[in-house]
Design a binder for this molecule. Structure first.
Ligand SMILES: Cc1cc2nc3c(=O)[nH]c(=O)nc-3n(C[C@H](O)[C@H](O)[C@H](O)COP(=O)(O)O)c2cc1C
Length: 575
């Protein structure tokens, strides 16, 4: 079972390996995937995994991203004659896995496409030519012969509405596509280095799965009825073999915690192979950072009764405006009607529009929702150009603003409930005053901090506690670089005042501030007493903060005789 790497110049490579009896993995390795989608924040590239299962009949599970067209087909045809493939199992229709389905069907029109009802419907639009199809439901099986019986598990919203998993009883392999995946591109075929993959596994879960936590738990309940799972043949990153129970267990624990959220926001989007789902994910990520739950619903594939039930109990509603034209206008219009009828005056609302002219216009709907008494959780987001990193940052921050409105009262109450003596005693813990600054691509962030402590000599390192719902938290993932600006006694008030302002989503936090660029690209504040250039090494989770441990690469003091500003508190229930 030796993996065979096939390298090309533009850092797109292929790797194939037999992973179980009759089962071959074909991994498309995308080493430099841009940080275009939010879940690629850790910049470790990604892989698109496809599989061949050979019984008496042969099935191909998923394909690859279209950028791998030539490489993928060269590799596939080196492994099998396309005439020998009987089935193409589509786990879901997102383009990074189904981008080459049309090509497969052009080259081998005899293949039967197997997928959920929703996936087949989406594919008909995508492929635009008739094909032989087999719609499968939860519990259905497909017998490939030689004991390779595939059993299908319905897994809607993980993370597309049309997702199914396939379980091969012969090899106890579960094919899960996006679920249990991670954006991590290394030659490692398997998950042997648990420590190395953990930050990416978590980040991927937070971005794609946390907003669908209840769907994760439902799918896992259905998975429990299958036999033992030896291998998780996912769609991105290393295949899970060494830590299957541990990594699946993490999904269960994180999703249980997420599903306990007292308040939920319903986020409606359209899986249109465009931006709507990406933008809604960024908003959802911003909301979940505040501890508020999210239920994501595709306007095209929504069940009206579920929409009605969800909207009535939701504390907030976010809607990505669907296109006015196109094959699903009837469905999306009906769902919008159901949403409107179910909203009530105590809710918060946020709208976004991603295609400009073609979209259902925001204003008439916003007016109707305002008339119904709803409050805007963030100003409507109108995107006319191709979304950039800054657009995703704006969406995430808008989501966080909405979540903070929903949690504000609870947080104040919690803080007030602290025992007075304990609160005063805790308040005697004190620290310095610092401003964290970060620049990553075309997005930046800054935050005033006082929970900062040196934590190691070699390498020089310190920790900072960053509240989970801080905007800058997204720029402080493992491997990210930033600057710690140390403020000067008697010369910090103006900086403190500036950085404690309430910034609008996406607003430039450095406007009017004197900065220089550090070697790591992040801003150094001109008025800081000293600065340190840092790189995040690891993160520890507490109930409401991330303890971010970073090593320091270089630093400088600008006023050697001056002292660090110290922050004395009276109470322990705020900074
Ligand atoms: C004196 C002081 C110290 C602070 N220290 C921290 C800290 O160590 N960690 C933290 O997450 N927030 C801290 N905060 C809160 C944030 O600085 C502030 O709420 C933040 O800039 C708002 O950013 P946001 O837009 O990301 O919510 C502190 C606030 C004050 C007033």
């Amino acid at each position: 079972m030796v993996a065979t790497p096939i390298k090309t110049e533009n850092r797109l490579t292929m790797q194939t390996s037999v992973i179980a009896e009759g089962t071959t993995a074909i991994r498309s390795l995308d080493w430099d995937r841009d940080r275009f989608d939010i879940e690629f924040g850790l910049q470790n590239g990604t892989t698109y995994n496809s599989y061949i299962i050979r019984g008496e009949k042969t099935a191909l599970v998923d394909t690859s991203h279209e950028k791998f067209r030539e490489l993928y087909f060269n590799t596939l045809t080196g492994l099998i004659d396309l005439k020998e493939i009987d089935y193409l199992v589509i786990s879901h229709t997102e383009p990074d896995h189904s981008g080459l389905v049309r090509d497969v069907l052009e080259k081998a029109p005899h293949i039967t496409v197997v997928g959920s009802k929703v996936a087949i419907k989406f594919l008909e639009e995508l492929v635009n030519r008739p094909f032989t199809q087999e719609i499968v439901k939860n519990g259905d099986t497909l017998d490939l012969g030689n004991d390779h019986v595939l059993e299908f598990v319905n897994a809607p919203n993980l993370h597309w509405p049309d997702t199914i998993f396939s379980y091969d009883r012969a090899t106890q392999t579960l094919f899960t596509c996006d679920a249990f995946g991670l954006h991590y591109c290394k030659d490692d075929l398997y998950d042997e280095d648990l420590q190395a993959i953990s930050p990416d596994y978590r980040f991927y879960y937070d971005c794609l799965m946390a907003p669908n936590a209840r769907s994760v738990l439902s799918a896992m309940k259905r998975m429990d009825k299958l036999g033992e799972v030896q291998l998780v043949a996912n769609g991105h990153g290393p295949i899970l073999q060494h830590n299957v129970a541990e990594l699946m267990g993490r999904y269960r624990d994180w999703s249980k915690a997420q599903a306990k959220a007292e308040k939920v926001v319903a986020v409606f989007y359209v899986s249109d192979y465009g931006w709507s789902d990406r933008l809604s994910q960024a908003i959802a990520r911003g909301i979940t950072k505040t501890g508020v739950g999210v239920d994501m619903v595709d306007l095209k594939a929504a069940d009206q009764q579920e929409v009605q039930e969800l909207v009535s109990r939701a504390a907030g509603v976010v809607i990505g405006m669907p296109s006015l034209s196109g094959p699903n206008t009837k469905e999306t219009t009906a769902t919008l009607g159901t949403i409107l009828a179910a909203t009530h005056g105590k809710q918060f609302v946020g709208l976004f529009e991603s295609y400009g002219d073609d979209d259902e216009p925001i204003d008439p709907l916003l007016n109707k929702l305002r008339d119904a008494g709803l409050t805007e959780g963030f100003p409507a987001i109108r995107i006319k150009d191709t979304p950039s990193e800054a657009t995703y940052q704006l969406c995430e921050e808008a989501g966080t603003d909405l979540g903070q409105l929903l949690t504000r009262d609870r947080n104040i109450k919690q803080r007030k409930s602290l025992d007075t003596d304990l609160n005063k005693a805790m308040g005697r813990l004190s620290g310095g005053l610092y401003i964290l600054t970060a620049q990553k691509g075309d997005v930046n962030g800054a935050m005033l901090a006082s929970w900062v402590t040196q934590a190691s000599f070699e390498p020089l390192g310190f920790t900072v506690a960053v509240a989970k719902d801080r905007a800058i938290e997204s720029l402080m993932q493992v491997g990210d670089r930033f600057v710690l600006n140390i403020l000067e006694e008697g010369n910090y008030q103006h900086l403190m005042k500036h950085f404690l302002k309430r910034f609008k989503p996406g607003e430039d936090r450095f406007a009017g501030i004197n900065t220089q660029k550090a070697e790591n690209g992040s801003p150094i504040l001109g008025d800081a007493l000293a600065y340190l250039e840092c790189e995040v090494v690891s993160r520890m989770e507490t109930s409401d903060h991330w303890i971010v441990y970073s090593k320091v690469d270089r630093g400088r003091v600008s006023h050697p005789d001056a002292l660090t500003a110290v922050h004395h508190r009276k109470v322990g229930n705020y900074y």
